[in-house]
Design a protein around this ligand. Structure first.
Ligand SMILES: [Zn+2]
Length: 327
């Protein structure tokens, strides 16, 4: 056997770059929504609006139009600068869904977590991934055992990413997406303050993306054969994309479709669910007998009723509309 040349297996920077190009950022399939982000024209949003209108006309709670609208409507992704305690000098970007951000803000505002992102008196946050009713859930909580902490390397404050430009830097940046965590695992993370020294409290950036469409859809609209879905149309309008969204629990399309188990949760002022604040009424049976997500719906309805009453419009109409409009 002739002597083999193994030198071809040596590390090669160019080849490594090629490999990296194949995998980097590939799991992220979101298309930036010009409407939700910049108030500019977006044909997907335009079509989604038509779908919601079509749904409203059915007078039904659920319809194919609604399913389709939820599937294609823009979804929020949240980005923040973080360091992982095991590598305290390296700034990374954490990506999560809106619910994680909501939990963080609730904790800061209502649960006395305070400025979790304070460089000297913040909290290391533990984010746990679990499954509930078959859906992934991410729960952040401050590491109280560790207590208030100072960042090990304060120079990270000089090296934060400008998340206002996340869309430009997303492909090349080192982003940790919480959806990549294993179930029943948790990570510890130190969230850094706002990157803009003018507003250190604005520690996250929300960007809206459309999924299940290509970039061309922003001009061309939702890909479709013919117009709107019909009963026997299972083509591009029918069926469900089983692919896991990078935002899992925050994708209303999948979450809403799951049959709901009605749980008897008893809440009171001291033990109020995190998802809402001012509208909770412990004397209201509706508040105690339904799931948190439904409570939010109920709160939205309350808000709409109040709004409608102010406008002198009919509460019933407004209520229905609000229930169906995703934003
Ligand atoms: Zn859009």
């Amino acid at each position: 056997m002739p002597k083999q040349d193994f030198s071809k297996y040596e590390f090669d920077q160019k080849e490594a770059d090629k490999l990296e190009n194949q995998v980097q950022g590939r799991e992220f399939s979101g298309v930036y929504c010009p409407n939700r982000n910049d108030h500019k024209a977006c044909a997907v949003c335009r079509d989604v609006k038509v779908l919601w209108e079509a749904h409203n006309q059915t007078g039904l709670d659920k319809s194919k139009f609604r399913d389709k609208a939820k599937k294609y409507q823009a979804t929020a992704a949240v980005f923040m600068n973080v360091v992982f305690p095991e590598n305290p000098s390296e700034v990374k970007i954490l990506q999560c869904g809106i619910k994680v951000a909501q939990s963080l803000v609730n904790g800061i505002k209502y649960m006395k977590w305070g400025s979790i992102y304070h460089p000297q008196k913040g909290f290391t946050m533990t984010i746990n991934k679990s499954t509930k009713d078959g859906y992934n859930t991410y729960t952040p909580s401050p590491n109280v055992e560790k207590g208030k902490r100072e960042l090990a390397d304060l120079s990270v404050l000089e090296r934060m990413y400008n998340l206002d430009k996340i869309e430009e830097i997303r492909q090349g940046a080192d982003i940790f997406n919480v959806s990549s965590m294993e179930v029943n695992k948790s990570i510890d993370v130190d969230i850094l303050p706002g990157w803009d020294s003018g507003n250190p409290h604005q520690f996250f950036k929300i960007v809206y993306y459309h999924f299940k469409v290509g970039p061309e859809a922003i001009k061309e609209g939702i890909p479709k054969e013919g117009a709107l879905p019909t009963d026997d149309d299972e083509g591009p309008w029918g069926g469900e994309n089983k692919k896991e969204s990078p935002f899992d629990t925050d994708m209303p399309a999948t979450k809403q479709e799951k049959p709901k188990e009605i749980k008897k949760l008893i809440y009171n002022r001291e033990n109020a669910p995190q998802c809402f604040g001012t509208l909770f009424d412990e004397a209201d049976d509706g508040c105690n007998a339904i799931e948190c997500s439904q409570i939010r719906e109920a709160c939205k309805e309350e808000l709409m009723k109040k709004k409608a009453a102010k406008k002198g419009g009919t509460a019933v109409q407004e209520e229905k509309k609000m229930d169906d409009i995703p934003w």
